[in-house]
Structures are given as structure tokens and as C-alpha cells.
Design a binder for this molecule. Structure first.
Ligand SMILES: C[S@@+](CC[C@H](N)C(=O)[O-])C[C@H]1O[C@@H](n2cnc3c(N)ncnc32)[C@H](O)[C@@H]1O
Ligand code: SF4
Length: 348
């Protein structure tokens, strides 16, 4: 099968052009058609010769994603369920903030990490997405925002899948959306979230130090974390935090810890104090996430007052923390939930 044109970094496209007897500056023109004018066929690239367009079409696909369904929430959140060329379904979300529009992208069809609270992992991992399939999600979101003359200003890699398990495609994706000849989304406006693949955190700190990093922490001690996230057995909390300290020291940047509040599991004042003891020496921000209900999982919500109490405890201990604003809470909000619902309906 031909690769997607959206899979290709600008430098790689220049190289391909040179190897195919074309001028490398054409790469910038192609990027402009793809990411600025956002055409959906090679024929529309009118400043390229017909023969050249045919050559491109013979080597690359320019296919977008097929929309299966779209849910629009009262707060403006839009959740898309897209179908890939092989029929797999993935989710992409646009969230509206006062500072801009952020898009949450999927990196894998499913996930093999097996966190006990997450809908994305219910059917295991089917396959990795290519860089172009991840880029296409941002493009589809941008095309939807074009209708309101708005732009995608931020990207969060927090959709279905573990991005650090699809590392090469992730890096290609990031370079493509960051390129100033294309979508030009600033590195500091892009956040990647990982469940804690420790060796990749070191690599990230060394090579990708202008992009934001978030860690799904969810527990203040290693026993509880192993119960919630089986990855903690392979990469225990102590090693994970050492990698986080390395990131902060190496980059001089703050790291984000995501901490889901699961009722009666990890949400007491004692847990908040234990968390403060654990991360108190790290330049960090804690994002408290009230658990999204997933029917297949039996976690329940922490009562509102207890969420505030947990937050206050962290703040009193000098930990920078916020409670995540809930986007689209009136629609299937938990990541992977729309896809899981779709799979159930298809099986009926
Ligand atoms: C779906 S994951 C994708 C990125 C990466 N695999 C990770 O775990 O960080 C994005 C975030 O959603 C959180 N999450 C997953 N299921 C959730 C649920 N039911 N309620 C609240 N947060 C959830 C994860 O812990 C993680 O912080
Ligand atoms: S939270 Fe992240 S790593 Fe864990 S199962 Fe869900 S997608 Fe995978």
C-alpha cells in the first residue's frame, strides 16, 4: 500500500523529490497545499505540473479520515469517531478554552497497557497509527474549525493509546504539525501524556525538550499504582520519579502529573499528603481528574467536597494543582468510550 502523504516530514519529502528528479523547494509548495490551503486531492495543487501531480499520486495517498459519528457538547466540545482505511475506529476531540482550541489525538487502535480504569484498553491493542493518521486527525479538526474561522492552537496527545509505545510515528507527527510551513503549532503548545515508559522519558528529556510532558501518576505509592496501572510492575514508581527528576533538571521545565480521583481508592486527605511527600521536591503541576465513568469498570466518582479537600491539601503543602475542567461531560467523555460503544453496537 502507498504511504499517506501526511506521513512525510518536510526534510524527507525534499529528499524524495531530489531522488525522483524534482526540485526540493517543491516540498514547501506541497506542504502549503496540504496544511495551509488544506486541499484533499493532488489535482487541486495547481502550481504543480500535471505530470508531477500524477507522479505524486502514483507514490502517495492523500486520503482523509471517514467520519462515523460526531457528538457536540453544550460547552462546545466536539468528539469525533473516525474510521481508518481498514475499518478501525478512533476518537479525536476538540476542546474549547479561553486561550484557544486544543485537539486531543489518538496514537494507537486500542492499548495494551491495561490500566484498570481506562476504556481505551478494553479490547487490547489492534495496531499502531501511522504518523499521517495522527496528523489527519489534527487536519480534520482544523477543517471543522475552518467553518468558524478558528485555528487549532494546541494539541494534546491524550487520546486512545500509549504514545511512547508508538514512538517513531509520534516524533514524525510532532515534527510535521510543528513545521512552520505547515500547521505551525508551537512546541510549547503540544503536550504528550505517558503512562510511564521510563527509558522513553529519558529520550524525551534529551531530544524533545521544548514539548510538554505529562505523566499519568494516579497513585501516591507503588502498591496502589501497581493495582491501578500494571505498567508500574515493569517501571516502578521510584524509577519513574527518577526519570521525571531527570527531565526537570535537564530541561529546566515543569512536568505535569495527572492524578485521577477514584472514589474510595486514592482520594483521601491521607493520600493527598502522601502524594505531597512523594513529589514535593519536583517542579511540577498536578492535574486532578475526577474519574470519568466507564460502564465496564467499577470506579465511582469522588464527591465534589472531597475533590476540593484533596486539592486544598495539596495546595497547603505547596504543590501546584488544579482540578481539570470537564469537557463534554454530557457526552461519552472518557477516552475510548465512544469507540467501545461503537464496537458493542457493531457486534449486535
Ligand atoms: C487515555 S490516556 C492516553 C495517554 C497515555 N496512554 C496515558 O496513559 O497517559 C490519557 C489520560 O486519560 C486518563 N484516563 C483514562 N481513563 C480515564 C477515566 N476513566 N477517567 C479519568 N481519566 C482517565 C489517563 O490516565 C491519562 O492520564
Ligand atoms: S490510561 Fe493510557 S496507558 Fe493506560 S490503558 Fe488507557 S490509554 Fe493505555
Amino acid at each position: 500500500m502507498k504511504p499517506l502523504i501526511y506521513d512525510i516530514r518536510l526534510e524527507a519529502l525534499k529528499k524524495w523529490l531530489e531522488e525522483n528528479g524534482e526540485k526540493s523547494f517543491r516540498a514547501g509548495q506541497i506542504y502549503d497545499w496540504l496544511y495551509v490551503k488544506r486541499v484533499s486531492s493532488f489535482e487541486e495543487m495547481s502550481n504543480l505540473s500535471k505530470a508531477f501531480r500524477e507522479k505524486l499520486a502514483a507514490s502517495f495517498e492523500i486520503r482523509g479520515l471517514d467520519l462515523i459519528t460526531k457528538q457536540v457538547s453544550a460547552d462546545g466540545t466536539i468528539k469525533f469517531l473516525f474510521s481508518l482505511h481498514d475499518g478501525h475506529a478512533i476518537e479525536t476531540v476538540i476542546m474549547r478554552h479561553n486561550y484557544g482550541n486544543s485537539v486531543c489525538v489518538t496514537t494507537q487502535v486500542g492499548c495494551r497497557i491495561g490500566c484498570t480504569f481506562c476504556a481505551s484498553t478494553l479490547g487490547g491493542l489492534k495496531r499502531n497509527l501511522t504518523a499521517g493518521e495522527i496528523v489527519s486527525q489534527v487536519l480534520m479538526a482544523q477543517k471543522a474549525l475552518d467553518e468558524d474561522d478558528e485555528r487549532v492552537s494546541h494539541v494534546v496527545v491524550m487520546g486512545i493509546g500509549e504514545p511512547f509505545e508508538n514512538f517513531e510515528a509520534l516524533l514524525d507527527f510532532l515534527y510535521i504539525i510543528n513545521n512552520d510551513k505547515g500547521l505551525n503549532i508551537g512546541q510549547r503548545h503540544i503536550t504528550v501524556s505517558t503512562s510511564g515508559i521510563v527509558p522513553k522519558i529519558y529520550q524525551w528529556a534529551d531530544d524533545m525538550n521544548q514539548f510538554n510532558l505529562a505523566i499519568s501518576l494516579h497513585a501516591p505509592n507503588t502498591e496502589l499504582r501497581s493495582r491501578l496501572m500494571p505498567i508500574n510492575r515493569g517501571f516502578p514508581l521510584k524509577d519513574l520519579l527518577e526519570a521525571c527528576r531527570y527531565y526537570v533538571n535537564k530541561t529546566g521545565r515543569r512536568i505535569t502529573f495527572e492524578y485521577g480521583l477514584f472514589g474510595g481508592v486514592n482520594d483521601s486527605v491521607a493520600h493527598a499528603n502522601e502524594l505531597a511527600d512523594l513529589i514535593g521536591d519536583i517542579n511540577c503541576h498536578v492535574n486532578l481528574i475526577p474519574v470519568n465513568y466507564v460502564p465496564e469498570r467499577d470506579y465511582v466518582r469522588t464527591p465534589r467536597e472531597d475533590i476540593f479537600e484533596f486539592h486544598r491539601t495539596l495546595q497547603k503543602r505547596g504543590i501546584n494543582a488544579t482540578i481539570r475542567r470537564e469537557h463534554g461531560s454530557d457526552i461519552a467523555a472518557a477516552c475510548g468510550q465512544l469507540r467501545a460503544q461503537h464496537a458493542k453496537e457493531a457486534a449486535r
